[in-house]
Design a protein around this ligand. Structure first.
Ligand code: NDP
Length: 315
């Protein structure tokens, strides 16, 4: 197996990874960035991004990520394709295996592997991706002003998204598979008392339909019960809010994660409990999960990496 040593290894190519790359590249640290499974990250599956500062007319998710990538390349960042398959953080330089075939020794590591929204697993979710199906109400809700949308899920995220969407849309249906909500009491009350939100308890989604985008959802009520009922509901947008999976699995033996898998960092810093290993973006953020907050934490991680290298005489 070939081995290479780098001062800073950045894992992931969303806003956090690219921002960390821009900062470390500009600081002459010669970082190497591995793109991961979804080059460009979650933004490449949204339509238009209207809330990233600096783009008054909005920008497509893919264009934004292409621009961030180009900006990183301008500062000499080496961007490679590959997945981290093994990690050894027992001593510095840390050892990381790429695609089971190449080993990198890194003095500092910035983990910005993101989180993946959970989907129901229906073929129609893929068919209508970016055409009425979204896993981010704050990103895409604006396109559904005065329209009818459905949100799937009964947790805090689903309730927050339903309330957010109710501020824009004409009508919001919350599709909940159980006869109760799992969300905190306060969020439950907000949803249940909201005039524009109708909660459909004991409902499951069977599929979606529409000619050039989502026009409706096939539902089943009380599936498997004697009074089971299949029916269709007209909607313009279908939002998934059934949780996220932070992409932290490979690092878990070495760094602390919470019960869901989000990497735990020291206070508001990107420092993990392994010196020189930092976590930025959605993989360490169960709360905000925005492109701009991810970019901000990528910047913090880069500054921390630079300081760490400097303090250890490695610059
Ligand atoms: P949760 O895991 O809390 O809830 C997921 C919801 O999706 C549940 O209602 C679950 O149903 C439902 N669900 C899961 N899989 C499916 C499926 N296949 N079909 C239909 N429904 C499904 O995830 P959240 O993202 O809501 O929250 C994650 C954590 O973050 C929680 O601890 C939450 O409290 C916290 N959070 C806090 C916020 C705040 O404090 N402001 C805001 C957002 C999140 P079921 O109940 O039947 O399992």
């Amino acid at each position: 197996m070939s081995t290479e040593r780098v001062k800073c290894l950045i894992i992931g190519s969303g806003p956090a990874g690219y921002t960390a790359a821009i900062y470390t590249g500009r600081a002459n640290i010669n970082p190497v960035l591995y793109e991961g499974i979804q080059p460009g990250g979650q933004l490449t599956i949204t339509t238009e991004v209207e809330n990233f500062p600096g783009y008054p007319e909005g920008i497509t998710g893919t264009q934004l990520m292409d621009d961030l990538r180009a900006q990183a390349e301008r500062f000499g960042v080496e961007i490679r394709t590959g997945i981290i398959t093994k990690v050894d953080f027992s001593e510095r330089p840390y050892k990381l295996t790429i695609d089971d075939e190449k080993e990198i020794e890194a003095e500092t590591v910035i983990i910005s592997t993101g989180a993946s929204a959970k989907y129901l697993g229906l073929d129609d979710e893929k068919k209508y991706a970016g055409m009425g199906v979204s896993a981010c109400a704050t990103c895409d809700g604006f396109f559904y002003r005065k329209k009818v949308v459905a949100v799937v899920g009964g947790g805090d995220t689903a309730c927050e998204e339903a309330v957010y969407l109710a501020g824009l849309a004409k009508q919001v249906y919350l599709i909940v598979r159980k006869p109760y909500l799992r969300a905190s009491q306060i969020m439950q009350e907000r949803v249940l008392n909201h005039p524009k939100i109708q909660v459909l308890f004991e409902h499951n989604t069977v599929g979606l339909f529409g000619e050039n985008g989502v026009e409706g959802v096939h539902l089943v009520k009380r599936k498997g019960e004697a009074d089971e009922e299949y029916y269709d509901l007209a909607i313009d947008g279908f939002f998934l809010a059934i949780g996220h999976n932070p992409n932290s699995e490979v690092f878990k033996p070495w760094i602390e994660t919470d019960e869901v898998g989000y990497i735990v960092t020291e206070g508001a810093t990107p420092r993990t409990r392994v010196p020189g290993v930092f976590a930025a973006g959605d993989v360490a953020d169960p709360h905000y999960r925005q492109a701009i907050t991810a970019a901000g934490s990528g910047c913090k991680a880069a500054i921390e990496a630079e300081r760490f290298l400097s303090a250890n005489g490695l610059l």
